[in-house]
Design a protein around this ligand. Structure first.
Ligand SMILES: [Zn+2]
Length: 284
């Protein structure tokens, strides 16, 4: 038996990225489309549960109902917690896994790439005993809206997760939402609707991990899973590559297939997230 490696700096290796990629490919192959409230959406949740549990994480399912423009639907969030200090602060990393309803979109980049990344990150956190601080990973359902974003359409999982986090009374250092970060042609934006100090930490992490130029603040507002956390007063940012294929034509279409994502991009995205977690806990 090897002793667990205890580290204050979290590293995401090329092997971790290869695992993230294979997870994303499996999610697409076995569970797509994964529209919220459908059987295949449920299969995707259990597939993520399986993969992350096998990777060493203690994963919880949270089944809930919510009103949508198509009536009451059932959703499933998943979460895994890695505790370094029971009374300390938390960094929360969020990825949605659902696909856009009715489009037949396989969601390789939009949903599967970052969900696969979080499964791999779960394995990293479980096996390498990061002692910098507490980390929670959340896979959300129902990020996509059925018609257009409103109080009862879209962000079903993130609104639920944000409310539960608030109820828990935990101290939260930051919420980092990751979306569409598997794109072979990766360029990451930090939209304007986010917490300034977290955006600065992300830029410092990028520089520290040799990823300067990959990440930039963008003067755009993006509706994504970080918004419900911001609305409840948590510091939060979104990391998103919202330029996917010619004129974004692979987004929410049948073109969003695994050949459009890469291990290299997932390595960069994973290193960035690992760098941000490290940065947030060292920056006190
Ligand atoms: Zn989407």
């Amino acid at each position: 038996m090897f002793p667990l490696l205890i580290a204050a700096s979290l590293v995401f290796t090329p092997a971790d990225a290869a695992f993230a990629y294979s997870n994303a490919v499996e999610i697409v192959r076995d569970c797509s489309p994964r529209d919220a409230g459908t059987i295949r959406g449920g299969i995707a949740a259990f597939h993520i549960l399986d993969l992350a549990s096998i990777a060493g994480a203690n994963v919880r399912l949270d089944r809930f109902s919510d009103t949508t423009p198509r009536g009451v639907r059932h959703f499933t969030n998943l979460s895994a917690e890695f505790v370094a200090n029971p009374t300390g602060e938390w960094v929360v990393v969020v990825s949605h896994y659902d696909t856009k309803a009715g489009t037949g979109c396989p969601g390789a980049n939009d949903g599967a790439s970052t969900s696969g990344l979080l499964i791999s990150l779960a394995g990293v956190l479980a096996s390498r005993q990061f002692d910098g601080g507490n980390v929670m990973l959340v896979w959300t359902d129902g990020e996509e809206c059925f018609e257009s974003y409103s109080a009862n359409d879209g962000f079903h999982g993130s609104r639920r997760a944000a409310a539960r986090l608030k109820e828990s009374g935990r101290k939260v250092r930051g919420v980092v939402c990751v979306d569409m970060l598997g794109d072979r042609d990766l360029g990451i934006s930090i939209p304007r609707n986010g917490t300034d100090s977290l955006a600065e930490a992300a830029l410092r992490a990028a520089a520290a991990r040799g990823l300067k130029g990959l990440v930039a603040r963008a003067d755009i507002v993006v509706k994504d899973d970080h918004q419900p956390f911001l609305d409840l007063g948590f510091p939060a940012i979104d990391l998103i590559d919202f330029s996917y294929g010619p004129d974004n034509s692979w987004w929410h279409t049948k073109e969003d297939t695994p050949d459009k994502i890469s291990i290299e991009s997932l390595h960069k995205a994973g290193e960035l997230v690992a760098g941000i977690i490290t940065e947030l806990f060292n920056d006190r």
